[in-house]
Every structure is written in C-alpha cells, then in structure tokens.
Design a protein around this ligand. Structure first.
Ligand code: ADP
Ligand code: MG
Length: 300
C-alpha cells in the first residue's frame, strides 16, 4: 500500500492550550479519511500543520513517504481549509483560469473539473450569483485543477442547506471513486459515516479511535444474561455459533454477538438445553452512542 501522509506524535500548543496532542496516524492511497471530533478538538489545527500554514510545536509529519520536500509534496495536494473566496464579478471559468495561472497548471482541465462538481452549465455565471453550495463546489473544482493525489477538506458542508450538503457528499464520493485520496475534517458523525471509509476520532487534540468506519459499526449488539447456574449458561453460550466474546460481570454474563440473533432465539435455545434464564436483555449501541461514549471517555 502506498502511504500519502504520516503523522508522528504531532503536538501543537497555543500558549496554555494544547490544540493537538501526540497525534499519530497514517493516510493510505485510495481511502477516504475523516477526522471526526467536536468543535475545538484540533481538527483544523491538524490540517493547518500538515499544509504548512500552522507551525507544529513538536513531533513530525511526512508526505509521500518522505521522498520529497514538504514544499514540493504540497504541489500534489488540493486543499480547502477556508471559506471559498473568488472574485465576485468574474465568472466561474474566469476565476478558475486565474487559479491555473497562480498554480502554474494548464487551463485545459477547467471544464473537466467543473463537470465533476456539476457546474459546467454555470461556467459563464458570475461568482456573486452562486449559492453557498455552488461556491463550495467551485472551490472543490479549483482544488482539483492540479490533479492532486489527495484532496483535503475542512468541514466541507458547514452552513449548507440539506440539498447542498447532499450534493457535496455525492461529489466527494465521486472524486474518491476516480481514485483521489480524501481527508476531511468534520464534527458530524453521520457525514463521516456516509462519506468516509476510515476515521480518526479526536477529542481535545487526542486520538481516541482510528480505523475503518465499517468496523466501528460492526457491532451486532450483546445480551446481558443471568441464570442460577451461571457455569452451565456460559458453557451453552460458548457452544452457540452466533455468540462471540463472553464477559462475566458480577453475577451476570455479557455475550457479544457475531451475527444477528433475536432474544427469542437465544431463550429457546437455552431452554431446550435445560437452562432457565432469570434475566435476558438485548442491547446495541448505535454508532452515535459509541461516538458519544468515546468522546466523553476522558473527562474534562
Ligand atoms: P476544530 O477545527 O476541531 O474545531 P481547532 O483546531 O480550530 O479545532 O482548535 C483547537 C483548539 O486550539 C481550540 O481550543 C482553539 O481555540 C485553539 N486554537 C486554534 N487556533 C488558535 C490560534 N491561532 N491561537 C490560539 N488558539 C487557537
Ligand atoms: Mg475547525
């Protein structure tokens, strides 16, 4: 696998505030990464550091396995970390032409990029006539002009209406489908769930979880079970193919599911094997509960 970006123990302090604390993670080519965390958790600071607009306090980061200077590496990165700002009285196409001059890339790709973001038919409209969502889409087109290896977006749907949000998410998915690696920062769990393949969850600058989004959501739930013969209960549970990990807790067992199973099915199975339960509770944490638990786990 090709590594696009590696962060090693990155730390950023603003006076007494530690905005990013000992943060390490790796971005591999072809995936869509979300940095997920509540407001003020250090997402924008992290993006600012790797884009060389914020100075780190300690630790380091490496673009493209460290084979190039950061300056050269950043030529292969497309990023939108601020509100899109173009010339209001110039058209979409004119604005992008100017960006091509500044970035020293050919203007040949303007139409192609406008098409990706669904603005080709508005290429000759003035920027000031665009909705916020269209402005954001133009910014994405602009960031794609140099065919970047990775596209970085900071809260790409902030302030947009539901339709605008939906369009931006579809465009991100489309760009990822064309092979561009994506790193986006968001405080919205459902955004990360819908758009990303991988997630780094941070709180107060510290990493709480990183991994695949689908593995985070892989839980089929668990049963909390009690019976007078807890040894026999444990033995029967071990024999059941749908039951994975079994965790004893005081006079109760927590049995995690490998695959979906209804409480009635388990109850029948146990009863047919001569065991009567005194308690049966099925629970499943939603991804939202898991996220909230995770982000609250280190008390303030
Ligand atoms: P997020 O993007 O996750 O909302 P930020 O990276 O913007 O979080 O901020 C992380 C923390 O660092 C916050 O406490 C914020 O107030 C602080 N911070 C960010 N930028 C500055 C700065 N330029 N000067 C002082 N504190 C800052
Ligand atoms: Mg931010």
């Amino acid at each position: 696998m090709e590594t696009i970006l590696t962060l090693n123990n990155l730390t950023k302090r603003f006076g007494p505030i530690t905005a990013v604390k000992d943060l390490s993670f790796t971005i591999e080519k072809g995936n869509v990464y979300g940095i997920l965390g509540p407001n003020g958790s250090g997402k924008s600071t992290t993006l600012g550091i790797v884009l060389n607009v914020v100075n780190k306090t300690s630790g380091d980061f490496q673009w493209f396995e460290g084979n190039e200077s950061t300056h050269n590496a950043l030529k292969k990165v497309g990023a939108i970390i601020e509100r899109p700002n173009f010339y209001p009285y110039m058209t979409a196409a004119q604005n992008l032409k100017l960006v091509c001059k500044i970035k020293d890339v050919s203007p040949d790709k303007i139409d192609e990029k406008l098409k990706i973001v669904g603005l080709l038919d508005r290429k000759n409209s003035k920027f000031r006539t665009f909705s916020l969502g269209m402005k954001q889409r133009l910014a994405i087109a602009s960031a794609l002009l140099n065919d970047p290896e990775i596209l970085i977006l900071d809260e790409p749907t902030n302030g947009l209406d539901p339709q605008g949000i939906h369009q931006i998410r579809e465009i991100i998915t489309k760009i990822a489908g064309l092979g561009t690696t994506i790193l986006l920062a968001s405080h919205l769990l459902d955004e990360v769930e819908k758009v990303c393949t991988h997630v780094v969850i941070i709180r107060k600058g510290e990493k709480l979880y990183s991994g695949r989004v689908d593995e985070m959501n892989a839980s089929h739930g668990f049963f909390e079970l009690k019976a007078s013969d807890i040894i026999k209960l444990q033995e029967l549970l071990k024999k059941h193919p749908s039951i994975g990990k079994i965790v004893p807790k005081e006079n109760c067992l927590t049995a995690f599911l490998n695959e979906p199973m209804e409480p009635e099915t388990l109850n029948t199975y146990l009863f047919e094997h001569g065991l009567v339960l005194s308690q049966l509770v099925k629970r499943k944490e939603s991804l939202e509960e898991q996220f909230l638990q995770l982000t609250n786990q280190i008390s303030a």
